[in-house]
Design a protein around this ligand. Sequence first.
Ligand code: ZN
Length: 105
Amino acid sequence: MTNEACAGLWSGLRARRVAYVASMLGIPATVPAAMLLSRWIAAPLHFVIPAAAALAVYVAMGKRLIRWPCPRCGRSFSARQDAGRTIPLPSACVHCGLPYEACEW
Ligand SMILES: [Zn+2]
């Protein structure tokens, strides 16, 4: 497999990981957003609205991340349904052990 093909293969997971981590950073950003919204919206809505939005984005990005299929086994790269656990940023597939960004398998 060429380096370009290999990079393209993993680009979907890489983008989802970046979006997931960025969504985590949005959660503490709700505090300054709430302070700003308190000028126009009464409590507690000025805090509930940005917090709910940040949590919704975080959950959506987490679900999007765990839906990415492993290129070798085709199952979720980061979530095991049978074990009931999810590792958001594993270094290898939780099912078959394929290393993250491996080009040969
Ligand atoms: Zn796998």
